[in-house]
Design a protein around this ligand. Structure first.
Ligand SMILES: N[C@H](CCC[C@H](N)C(=O)O)C(=O)O
Length: 295
């Protein structure tokens, strides 16, 4: 087996990201290889893959994002923090511009060492999400059969680079999101599918959430879901504009600007390194690529 490209496994509050560097040589990582590598049983195990690339639009880096199912997506908040942390360590810089399919982000390391990322602006229009049909009040979206069958009220939708629906509930853990999540994700109302969050507003400065991620399933944390939930809560008057989002993996700090800009801050960590074969979908842990065969 020849493992041909190095990788770093990182995580933001347990939302784990495989990072590969395609800035000098394309990685050749295919959607099929991602699907083979993502399972925690037998694979490397991750929620998303991020490939660093040169940015033709002039940002410091282009961050290409794929979910565990191999599908390419527009945004990943935890990955943005992980990438920034890694590149700050690599370059000594304390700020960074990251371009993505969902728009351009800017990251900086705060004096306390925490990485903060400006995730851009929340959009609430039905075409922005997108929804499959016009909806006047996107803060109260009904018609998702599985959610209604589960007794959830209408959801609020936002696009923060990627699409999200947030259901406001008293006790997220009382709802079987593992069963409900995929039915919401694939509902016909969402032509690009959707990330689904159950949110309990604790008080005007804290919301506890559970997230089913499009293309990845239940995760320990979801940065963009935290951003969407905080933006929607502030927009509907459920909270102020400085909100702590409590996720199974820990807390994210979100600040919503009066222009609907979103600043997200939280910890990141590096788990391990290794190398993988992007075509065969095989890998070695914490090792270096196998030495070239002798001879
Ligand atoms: N599953 C998401 C992408 C990853 C988002 C999440 N990991 C985050 O930290 O924002 C989507 O399909 O839009």
């Amino acid at each position: 087996m020849t493992a041909s490209i190095p990788f770093v496994k990182m995580n933001g509050l347990g939302n784990d990201i495989l990072v590969v560097d395609g800035r000098t040589v394309p990685t050749g990582l295919t959607a099929d290889a991602i699907r083979r590598l993502s399972p925690r049983a037998g694979g490397i195990g991750f929620d998303q893959v991020v490939t660093l690339e040169p940015d033709p639009a002039g940002a410091d880096v282009f961050m290409r994002i794929a979910n565990a199912d191999g599908g390419e997506v527009e945004a990943c908040g935890n990955a943005a923090r992980c990438i920034a942390d890694r590149l700050f360590a690599e370059t000594g810089a304390a700020s960074l511009s990251i371009n993505t399919l969902g728009g351009r982000l800017s990251a900086r390391r705060r004096d306390d060492g925490i990485v903060a990322v400006d995730m851009g602006h929340a959009r609430f229009g039905w075409q922005d999400i997108p929804l499959a049909r016009p909806v006047d009040d996107t803060m109260a979206v009904g018609g998702v059969a599985a959610a209604e069958a589960a007794g959830l009220g209408p959801g609020s939708v936002a696009n923060v680079g990627n699409p999200h629906i947030v259901y406001w509930v008293e006790d997220p853990d009382a709802i079987d999101l593992a069963r409900l999540g995929p039915e919401i994700e694939h509902d016909a109302l969402f032509p690009n599918r959707i990330n689904a969050t159950l949110a309990h507003v604790v008080d005007r400065a804290r919301i506890d959430v559970r997230v089913w991620e499009r293309g990845a399933g239940l995760t320990r944390a979801c940065g963009t879901a935290a951003c969407a939930t905080a933006a929607l809560a502030a927009h509907t008057g459920r909270t102020g504009r400085q909100v702590t989002i409590g996720l199974p993996g820990g807390d994210l700090e979100i600040a919503i600007g009066d222009d609907r800009s979103i600043l997200m801050a939280g910890p990141v960590a590096t788990d391990f390194t290794g190398a993988l074969d992007p075509v065969a979908g095989t890998f070695v842990f914490d090792g270096t690529p196998e030495p070239a065969a002798a001879g």
